[in-house]
Design a protein around this ligand. Structure first.
Ligand code: SF4
Ligand code: ZN
Length: 306
């Protein structure tokens, strides 16, 4: 197969774009998707100070690389969850990636914050991934606001976005549908959130990381239970195989024609937000969810030691 652009041998075939690319033309294609995605949905301004959430996976590292290539002012943020045989490996990959390319990096250690995930898993009777997700989102927002960043960028890709949109649509969850999209403006104590990879699939990001020689952390989290590929993602994989481009048109179609119908539900939700009495972060109750988890954990540890 030949590259659609220069006719050299192709290494990446993309049926959804009816195209195949050689390594050099694939890099140009990928960077154009990121650049055009940012421009089309007005994700970032040239003077934005961007904090990039880095998990160590292919998506977040490719995102950091691409935004730096596009000359945005980027700083990485990694939350070290303190999970044995996992967190130290992810952190090492990120630290190597950032130091070898001269990228700024901030690391927040859950051990030092008094909430390492193994202790949370042991003492908090809730699904660990829901608590972990909450904690990560809390610190992403907190670091962004405390350190004066104007945007928080995450590596969510097209597959993540489609799976989430599909789940929200199956439930007709108006509040969640009102928040769905590649940009959420800064408001009510929340930093602006952007997802510049929303036009690129998991496969496209993996190819980019591989061809750019970006080593990434690919081992699943020991707490994930191996369920990294959800039933919805499998359904969409089949749909996309039978009809290439369906994922993209479903998602972009929602942004263009579906999202405006849910905008009023976002406004209603935003009115309910107040500042946490302990940490000042936005919450709908007096004390935010993460401060409540901290209190529960401290209590459980005291009881254990008593
Ligand atoms: Fe956290 Fe691991 Fe669950 Fe991901 S899989 S949310 S890192 S506990
Ligand atoms: Zn709080």
């Amino acid at each position: 197969m030949k590259c659609k652009v220069c006719k050299e041998p192709a290494v990446v075939c993309l049926p959804s774009h009816n195209a195949a690319f050689c390594p050099g033309c694939y890099e140009k294609f990928y960077m154009k998707q990121v650049r055009e995605g940012i421009r089309k949905r007005k994700l970032l301004n040239r003077d934005d100070k961007v904090l990039v959430a880095l998990s160590g996976g292919k998506d977040s590292l490719s995102l950091m690389y691409a935004l730096a290539e596009l000359d945005y002012d980027v700083t990485g943020l990694h939350i070290d969850l303190g999970i044995p045989n996992s967190s130290e490996k992810a952190r090492a990959v990120i630290e190597d990636f950032c130091s070898s390319r001269g990228f700024k990096l901030t690391v927040v250690e859950m051990e030092k914050e008094g909430m390492p995930m193994p202790l949370v898993k042991k003492h908090i009777r809730r699904p660990i991934c829901s608590v972990c997700g909450k904690v990560k989102r809390h610190y992403f927002n907190r670091v962004a606001l405390e350190q004066g960043f104007t945007a928080l960028a995450t590596g969510h890709n097209l597959d993540d976005e489609v799976a989430r949109l599909f789940a929200n649509t199956l439930r007709w969850d108006q509040a969640y549908l009102s928040d769905q999209g590649p940009v959420l403006p800064a408001e009510n104590g929340f930093a602006k959130k952007v997802k510049p990879l929303y036009r690129l699939s998991e496969y496209e990001n993996a190819n980019f990381a591989f061809l750019q020689g970006i080593p990434y952390h690919h081992l699943p989290c020991p707490y994930s239970g191996g369920a990294s590929f959800t039933a919805h993602k499998m359904l969409w994989r089949d749909l996309e195989f039978k009809s290439p481009g369906t994922k993209r048109s479903f998602y972009e179609g929602f942004l263009d024609r579906g999202a405006p119908a849910f905008a009023s539900f976002h406004e209603r939700k935003a009115e309910e937000v107040i500042a946490c009495t302990d940490c000042g972060c936005p919450t709908s109750a007096g004390v935010c969810g993460v401060c409540r988890i901290k209190v529960q954990l401290d209590r459980a540890l005291k009881d254990e030691g008593a």
